[in-house]
Design a binder for this molecule. Structure first.
Ligand code: SF4
Length: 362
């Protein structure tokens, strides 16, 4: 359980609005929670105008105050390595070019990502949408939300709408209820998905009132974003439990991050912990070719080996699909268990490397 700091009343600590109002935004604030190293201090200053840092007190309380390699700390505290990334791009998935109207990203025929909000509880250093998060030009004004809704209404092939951002759950209950109501009133929108990291970074946002409003608009699926077993706290488990009791299936989309979760044991503990919380590990993304994130990227072959090593060593449904997102859609990055054909037999490889001949005449 993440502990509130002395001097912070439990009711304040568990209030999501208190957490949002007291977010850490400066090296001095951060110094109340950890001992920032030289690299971190210099990076906070150097990146102040490029990709600022913002952290909830709750998430800060999960950090190791003395270890700069702490996997929680590395996800959100700037590092100088962000300044050296010659290959990185601002928009590696070319999302702007795939947007028929502002903040609606369409790659597939039947579904869209609708970036309803430019704000998050905290800013992940590897965020795919760092060009957008916290940047006023990407905020959606009311009339822009209405323009996007009108576009969805006019495109009857859209059956699945992912509300993302930023984070849609940073909206007030009233605004979210309005948005969900508008979408639910569109007959061809069968499915609404929420992409939110708040169960991880601000679990107190999952209130009874929020769950009641979600329950009125089913089917609503939730995908959240845990990256490390240390994020699987009692508070996060409580948030997920509320969502599942409200009838929302909850999945997890992690990112494979060098030095954070790119070893078999950490990934196994993460996936098994998620399943214990009734969260289905869904995707694990290869970190994108995104500006300032070279130090997070893992060679794809090593990622494939990692998930191959999990196969047969934990429950099959605890293993997420490792994928690379591209401007052409998601590409599964999988080990090839199909070893070819010899006459009437197909050769397949088991999880532990044994070859099985399956009679399978053409
Ligand atoms: S919560 Fe998601 S959208 Fe927000 S900064 Fe992190 S990765 Fe980006």
């Amino acid at each position: 359980m993440a502990a509130a700091r002395p001097g912070i009343a439990a009711a304040e600590w568990r209030s999501w609005t208190w957490q949002m109002q007291h977010r850490i935004r400066s090296a001095a604030d951060l110094g109340h929670w950890i001992e920032p190293g030289e690299d971190e201090r210099a990076a906070i200053e150097a990146l102040a105008t490029r990709f600022r840092f913002v952290i909830t007190p709750y998430y800060a309380s999960l950090m190791d105050p003395r270890d700069p390699a702490c996997p929680i700390r590395r996800q959100v505290v700037p590092r100088l390595a962000e300044l050296g990334d010659p290959l990185g791009l601002a928009d590696p998935l070319d999302e702007v070019a795939h947007s028929p109207v502002k903040n609606v990203v369409r790659v597939y025929r039947d579904r869209i990502a609708f970036c309803v909000n430019n704000e998050c509880a905290l800013y992940c250093r590897y965020c795919l949408r760092k060009r957008m998060v916290g940047e006023p030009e990407w905020a959606m004004k009311q009339r822009e939300l209405e323009t996007a809704l009108a576009w969805i209404r006019a495109n009857p092939e859209i059956r699945d709408v992912l509300l993302t951002g930023g984070d849609p759950l940073v909206f007030s209950d009233d605004k979210l209820a309005w948005l969900l109501g508008e979408l639910r009133a569109i007959p061809h929108v069968e499915l609404i998905r929420l992409g939110t990291r708040l169960p991880v970074t601000l679990p107190f946002r999952v209130t009874d009132a929020l769950c009641a409003l979600l329950e009125r608009q089913h089917p609503i699926w939730v995908n959240t974003h845990f990256n490390h077993p240390r994020e699987l706290t009692a508070e996060a488990a409580e948030a997920v439990d509320k969502l599942t009791r409200a009838g929302c299936p909850v999945g997890n989309q992690s990112v494979l991050l060098a030095g954070i979760n790119d070893d078999v044991e950490t990934m196994r503990r993460l996936c098994e912990g998620l399943v214990r919380m009734r969260v289905r590990p869904y995707y694990c993304y290869q970190a994108q070719l995104l500006e300032g994130t070279a130090h997070f990227r893992v060679p794809i072959e090593r990622g494939v080996e990692l998930f191959h090593a999990l196969r047969g060593r934990t429950s099959g449904f605890a293993i997420p699909l490792y994928v690379l997102d591209t401007p052409y859609g998601k590409v599964p990055l999988t080990y090839d268990y199909l070893r070819g054909r010899e006459g009437d037999d197909v050769l397949v490889e088991s999880f532990d490397g044994r070859i099985w001949r399956e009679p399978n005449p053409l």
